[in-house]
Design a protein around this ligand. Structure first.
Ligand SMILES: Nc1nc2c(ncn2[C@@H]2O[C@H](COP(=O)(O)OP(=O)(O)OP(=O)(O)O)[C@@H](O)[C@H]2O)c(=O)[nH]1
Ligand SMILES: [Mg+2]
Length: 279
């Protein structure tokens, strides 16, 4: 499965970032803590090379805490500044801001400029709202909510810029496309739910069997086939076609919905070991 979803506003944002970056002091690279490698946009690496950049593993409440810890160690071992947070927790977000402003050499006559960047739906606008202490930017649990850059002035002579989430033109390898789609970073119009659910079911069977049993007590044992798991969930959730056959499309949507919202439990889609194996 190859996913291509690069609407016009993403290209515009990429060009805008390239132009604006030289005037930016700090980059908040907002990642999804469930996919800290895959949610890192390769375009950002190129654009933000010489800026102070903090990787913010947001939505840590949804990620497997053990894997988040491994990711933080992974970044620390490579001297890459990284933290994990919940974007709506004021204390955590303010601690991030203070950490960054102390890291840079500050010219007090000039405002500090912070740019918040990342792929869609990682919580960039939420973080900005938390820092501002009010709902300035629109948020929502679908990708591409923010369509234009938005500046907000904070206390302490700081300007912060929220930007639209951007992906890259062709998402490869397939594993990354599946992870991004399962996490909710790609528009529903560009994905096939049944394929994504198959990928997610396989991950859950192999990595999170205990969570599956807790969430779906009707499972007597863990199916070894992802399709079988989707079928059982579909049957139990009443996702049926006329005649009583399981509707795989609806069953797949139900599974993905429950996965994305954390109802199945705290799940990470990748670990540092996975990407070390890949390279
Ligand atoms: N569980 C959880 N949800 C979060 C967190 N931060 C943000 N969200 C939710 O994630 C969804 C996306 O948040 P946004 O702030 O709109 O994300 P964004 O990165 O600005 O998205 P785009 O503008 O589309 O690129 C919303 O439903 C938020 O409530 C978090 O730390 N934990
Ligand atoms: Mg946004």
């Amino acid at each position: 499965m190859t996913i291509q979803w690069f609407p016009g506003h993403m290209l515009e944002t990429k060009n805008l970032l390239k132009k604006a970056i030289s005037k930016v002091d700090i980059v908040f690279e907002v990642l999804d803590a469930r996919l800290p490698d895959t949610s890192a946009n390769p375009l950002v690496d190129n654009i933000c090379k010489d800026r102070f950049r903090l990787k913010i593993l947001n939505k840590m409440d949804l990620a497997d805490p053990e894997h988040t810890q491994q990711w933080l160690e992974y970044f620390e071992n490579r001297s890459i500044p990284a933290v994990s947070i919940c974007g709506s927790h004021k204390d955590q977000v303010e601690a991030v801001l203070n950490y960054c402003t102390e890291k840079i050499t500050r010219n007090r006559a000039r405002k500090i400029k912070i740019m918040v960047i990342g792929i869609p739906n990682t919580g960039k606008s939420t973080l900005l709202n938390t820092l501002a202490g009010k709902k300035i930017a629109k948020t929502g649990n679908v990708p591409a909510v923010t369509r234009h850059q938005q500046r907000t002035s904070l206390e302490n002579n700081i300007d912060i810029y929220d930007t639209p989430g951007i992906l890259w033109p062709i998402i490869e390898p397939e594993r990354k496309a599946f992870i991004l789609a399962a996490s909710g970073a790609i528009s529903d119009t560009a994905i096939d739910y049944t394929e994504i659910a198959f990928f997610a079911a396989d991950l859950l069977i192999h990595r999170y069997p205990d969570l599956l049993i807790q969430r779906y007590p009707f499972l007597d044992d863990i199916p070894d086939d992802p399709l079988n798991l989707i079928e059982k969930i579909g049957a139990a959730r009443g996702c049926l076609k006329k005649g009583g056959m399981v509707d795989y499309q609806k069953a797949s949507e139900a599974l993905i919905r429950e996965l994305r919202t954390g109802k199945i439990g705290r799940i990470s889609f990748e670990t540092p070991k996975d990407i070390e194996h890949d390279s």
